[in-house]
Design a protein around this ligand. Structure first.
Ligand code: PLP
Length: 429
């Protein structure tokens, strides 16, 4: 089998498996129990928290373990909505992008159905967020607040607000923009997005499920308040993730019950999962650059060979083979070598064929990949990400995503290119 779907999930690493094993067998205590046996499990959870916090250069008190990326996204969005709703001062405004994962987009749609204001900021053809549109949305919201508070102040003869106070008029807004896209691999300019969110006083959440452990993330520099990550994308176990919550940000509890996770996320901790997540994260961070460089080189070779072999093939998102003059993001040679695209992400459109049909033919040859189309109520929906970057419906159905690991050999890569070439030829008839 040639596994090229690492953005969907990854194999559990040996070190994560070894680290977890005792917590399935001999060390099965409940971390909330006060006897020593339980406290050993507590120690394992807290050491994992410290270790992950150190990797992100934050305090362990800012790391909350969850049941995965989806839960972290739901928690981030819903508790900001609830917290603001409880204050009854201002209505909440969720500002997100058109290319988020369904864990964010559907959560936004749910709150929208309850009357919450939601704005979806467009992206360009490569998947980069329109920063001017984001600023306009924040500015507009800020002016609306300014007007209403001015009216209030006039009615009550209060002095008017200072310029600095007025600038922060979007404190009821939550900006949620992903760090890197799961389909086309575009790495967003979080530094700029964080800067804009802060300029207007908004809370800034990022879904970093695809970025955590793959690319450098600087929570301080990017001014991130909330960050979601997931273990199974980095060779850790499934069903465990984290939400980073900046100290001082008040969020309501997500799961109600026991006092676990500082009373915000009740439920007995997934001790083996947390320990495995921490082991996988340690490995991912320590080898990030080396793996990233290898993967980016394979990714570029993949694109080059696909362009050579398959007539009409189109690279979706950023073309790493061309210097498109995108300004540098965080200054580091490793980061710029990625060309703003996740190192292991290859996404193409194959005009004239359906991605799903290619997948089935690749499966017959032992190759696992993904098309990005989603199954919704029995019918196949074209990828919302491809539509958002301006592809037609037909093109959006023709997508194929290959997400690779550095262990892929050039022989496997050539075998895959040949299999795609054959599949396309067969389907085009
Ligand atoms: N967000 C992004 C960008 C993802 O790619 C995924 C999973 O594919 C998720 C959220 C959901 O994470 P999990 O599978 O841990 O719930």
């Amino acid at each position: 089998m040639i596994y090229l779907d690492n953005a969907a999930t990854t194999a559990l690493s040996e070190s994560a498996r070894n680290a977890m094993e005792p917590y399935f067998s001999t060390q099965y205590g409940n971390p909330s129990s006060i006897y020593r046996f339980g406290q050993e499990a507590r120690k394992a959870v807290e050491e994992s928290r410290q270790s992950i916090a150190a990797l992100l250069r934050v305090s362990p008190r800012e790391i909350y373990f969850t049941g995965g990326g989806t839960e972290s996204d739901n928690w981030a969005l819903s508790s900001v909505v609830l917290e603001r709703a409880l204050k009854k001062e201002k209505s909440v405004h969720l500002i997100t992008s058109t290319i988020e994962h369904p864990a964010v987009l559907r959560t936004c749609a749910f709150f929208e159905s309850l009357g919450v204001k939601v704005s979806r900021i467009p992206v360009d053809q490569r998947g980069f967020l329109d920063l001017e549109a984001l600023e306009r949305a924040l500015q507009e919201e800020s002016s609306l607040q300014e007007e209403s508070s001015l009216r209030e102040r006039e009615e009550h003869s209060f002095p008017s607000k200072s310029g600095e106070e007025a600038k922060k008029g979007a404190s009821h807004c939550l900006v949620s923009v992903m760090a890197a896209n799961n389909e086309i691999g575009t790495i967003e300019n979080l530094k700029e997005i964080g800067h804009l969110a802060k300029k207007y006083g908004a809370v800034f959440h990022t879904d970093a499920v695809q970025a955590f452990g793959q690319i450098p993330l600087d929570i301080e520099e990017m001014q991130i308040d909330l960050l979601s990550a997931s273990s199974h994308k980095i060779h850790g176990p499934k069903g465990v993730g984290l939400l980073y919550i900046r100290k001082g940000l008040k969020l309501s509890s997500f799961l109600h019950g026991g006092a676990q996770e500082r009373g915000l996320r009740a439920g007995t901790e997934n001790v083996p999962g947390i320990v495995g997540f921490s082991a996988a994260a340690k490995e991912a961070f320590s080898s990030m650059e080396e793996r990233g460089r290898k993967k980016a080189a394979l990714r570029n070779l993949f694109f080059k060979r696909l362009m050579e072999e398959i007539p009409g093939v189109k690279i979706s998102g950023v073309n790493p083979l061309k210097d498109e003059g995108i300004g540098a993001l965080p200054e580091s040679p490793f980061f710029s070598s990625l060309h703003h695209r996740l190192p292991g992400n290859v996404h193409i459109c194959l005009p004239g064929v359906e991605g799903e049909s290619v997948l089935l033919l690749l499966d017959q040859k032992g190759i696992c990949a993904s098309s990005g189309s989603a199954c919704a109520s029995g019918s196949l929906e074209p990828s919302h990400v491809l539509l958002a970057i301006g592809k037609s419906h037909e093109e959006a159905y023709s997508g194929l995503r290959l997400s690779l690991e550095e262990t892929l050999t050039e022989e496997e890569l050539e075998y895959t290119v040949e299999a795609i070439r054959e599949a396309v030829e067969k389907l085009r008839g």
